[in-house]
Design a protein around this ligand. Structure first.
Ligand code: 5RP
Length: 228
């Protein structure tokens, strides 16, 4: 196992220890969240889980966890999920796994959300990782131009790129498309988030601001806890 994977695993296993019997638990998406799901299943607690993607729902079900739809359980006690970048104040970029919409829906429905990651995810300024933006398929090229205009208002000069895998546009679980905006540095994340959200055709963006209550970061020297 690589050092990065070991850090992801340590963070996921530490987060699994936060879960108590009887909880409703939000399950994140991605390789770090998968370590959490595996460690959680191994604890054998009586839980109801809400998954942030079909991939995570499939993994959780295969491990014997009970998975319910968002809104069909009592409120979520704790959600644990990965991130692509963790900035100051636990501002995050998420969506590298194209699950940002369901992730944000689950995070916002949770009493407490904990982000887990390897040490390389921690940054001084958000934006090196291209910001994922989920858009409806209809008219998506027009929407991308409007996103470009918004970015230029923030002195970010770049055209967002449609995410493609194996020659075909990536479709989210909701059937939407993803554009990735290589911003470089996002100096005003809250203002950019609001401007992107105001665009017709944009479903959601990967800026998760004021949502994480705690971060568990796997490092070469163990798991570090951060608060906003
Ligand atoms: C999925 C996400 C993931 O949490 C993020 O991409 C981190 O993934 P990984 O744990 O594999 O590094 O936001 O949409």
């Amino acid at each position: 196992m690589s050092d990065v994977d070991a850090q992801k695993r340590a963070a996921g296993e530490a987060a699994a220890q936060l879960v108590e019997d009887g909880m409703v638990v939000g399950l994140g998406t991605g390789s770090t969240a998968a370590w959490f799901v595996r460690a959680l299943a191994a604890r054998g607690l009586n839980l109801t889980c809400v998954a942030t993607s079909q991939a995570t729902a499939d993994l959780a079900t295969s491990l014997g966890l009970t998975v319910a739809e968002l809104g069909e359980t009592r409120p979520i006690d704790l959600t644990v999920d990965g991130a692509d970048e963790i900035g100051p104040g636990l501002a995050l970029i998420k969506g590298g796994g194209a699950a940002l919409l369901r992730e944000k829906l689950v995070w916002e429905a949770s009493h407490r959300s904990v982000v887990i990651a390897d040490a390389a995810k921690q940054v001084a300024v958000l934006g090196k990782f291209p910001l994922p933006i989920e858009v409806v398929a209809f008219g998506h090229k027009t929407t991308a131009l409007r996103i470009c205009d918004v970015l230029s208002e923030f002195e970010i000069a770049m055209m967002p790129r449609l995410r493609v895998t194996d020659g075909a546009p990536v479709r989210t679980d909701g059937g939407n498309l993803i554009y990735d905006a290589a911003c470089g540095a996002i100096v005003e994340p809250a203002a950019l988030a609001a401007a992107l959200k105001s665009l017709t055709g944009v479903v959601e963006h990967g800026l998760f601001l004021d949502l994480a209550d705690q971060a568990l970061i796997g490092t070469a020297n163990g798991v570090t806890t951060l608060e906003p």
